[in-house]
Design a protein around this ligand. Structure first.
Ligand code: ADP
Ligand code: MG
Length: 338
């Protein structure tokens, strides 16, 4: 018998889904991108699903249920935006143990409602069942786009510019702070958690937002990125996906990777290198995308977009050029779920 850890998450998905091929002409894109793409004639429908498991993806000792509901929706919408599409509907399925009260679930759904309002999507269904322990939340997001605007992981070409939105590594450090305070609290229940001055990092962990604004700005500026992915597992892992599917290499400049000042300061407190947090931390839900260099003017005046490197031919590998001028092979450590 083979342990699932031998293949890793992506190896396992590949192994299990390889025997399947697409038989319906309306199935334009199946496994392997942020969302599946279905041709509906006048437009395309995008579908993506994600599961959150208590004890693996969330810890209720420091995650308010309302925030959890909000985040469960946002992380799914992020996958639809990563296709350069507009989310329209969500379905929410929950498996709950008897420790959850109606009031607790009302809190969860208050968060789900807040996200539906913020992102203007409709809750249109789901499923409810019991669980022997803890809670599992599964969200499916459905989106819409014109075929010619849909952006896949596979469209990057050598010479394309690599762009990153927002800033990276903050959610990972927010998690480190929450985990540290949990450990302290478990050992000394009389000590109050010290979260002073860390609202930005903790907010990035507990209440992430998806980059709807970017997709709207691309549309306004008639920009279709050549490839795109959302950054849920760390920049390095996502860049590997773009390169693998586009058949390219890449060069990232450390100095071009956006890292918030609070992230830099907190990384140092935890004796971590800020760039490592950006490359291998998780849950930023920013966008990593590439553009044809001729489209540079279309992003020139957009706020919160940073050019961090260039796509290369595949033989160049995937490299990081450090601030000290050294060239390193980038490792796709990412966020390991198993
Ligand atoms: P993301 O991080 O963007 O949510 P994932 O890494 O979870 O994407 O999934 C990568 C691709 O593999 C997606 O196309 C997803 O639909 C597909 N996938 C993941 N798990 C399974 C599964 N158990 N069976 C079929 N397809 C899967
Ligand atoms: Mg994704």
């Amino acid at each position: 018998m083979t342990d699932v850890n031998t293949l890793g998450e992506f190896g396992l998905i590949e192994h299990l889904t390889k025997p399947f091929s697409l038989r319906n002409p309306s199935s334009i894109k199946g496994v392997g991108d942020d969302a599946a793409v279905i041709d509906n004639g006048t437009h395309c429908t995008l579908v993506s699903t994600d599961m959150l498991v208590e004890g693996i993806h969330f810890d209720l000792s420091y995650t308010p249920l309302k925030h959890l509901g909000y985040k469960a929706i946002v992380v799914n919408l992020s996958d639809i935006y990563a296709m350069n599409a507009h989310p329209r509907q969500v379905l929410v399925s929950i498996a709950i143990s008897s420790k959850y009260t109606v009031e607790a679930l009302e809190e969860l759904y208050a968060g789900i409602k807040a996200a539906c309002e913020t992102y203007q999507v409709d809750l249109v269904g789901g499923d409810t069942t019991s669980s022997p322990r803890g809670m599992t939340i599964s969200v499916t997001a459905i989106g819409e786009a014109k075929k010619e605007r849909i952006t896949y992981r596979s469209g990057a070409r050598p010479g394309d510019l690599i762009c990153i939105t927002g800033d990276l590594g903050a959610a990972y450090l927010g998690l480190q702070i929450l985990e540290r305070e949990k450990r302290i609290w478990q050992e000394h229940p009389d000590i109050q958690p010290d979260l002073e001055g860390q609202a930005y990092l903790i907010g990035r962990q507990l209440k992430p937002e998806a980059r709807r604004d970017m997709i709207e700005a691309f549309e306004k500026n008639s920009l279709v990125p050549t490839s795109m992915i959302d950054i849920s597992d760390g920049l390095a892992s996502e860049l590997f996906h773009l390169c693998k599917q586009s058949g390219t290499g890449a060069l990232i400049e450390e100095s071009g990777v956006p890292i918030h000042l609070d992230t830099q300061l907190m990384a140092i407190k935890f004796r971590l290198d800020p760039i490592t947090c950006a490359l291998s931390g998780g849950e930023d839900y920013e966008l990593l995308f590439t553009i044809d260099p001729r489209d540079t003017d279309k992003i020139r005046f957009l706020p919160d977009i940073y050019i961090a490197g260039e796509m290369l031919t595949s033989d160049a590998g995937i490299k990081l050029s450090t601030k000290g001028g050294k060239l390193h092979d980038l490792k796709a450590q990412g966020w390991r779920h198993f």
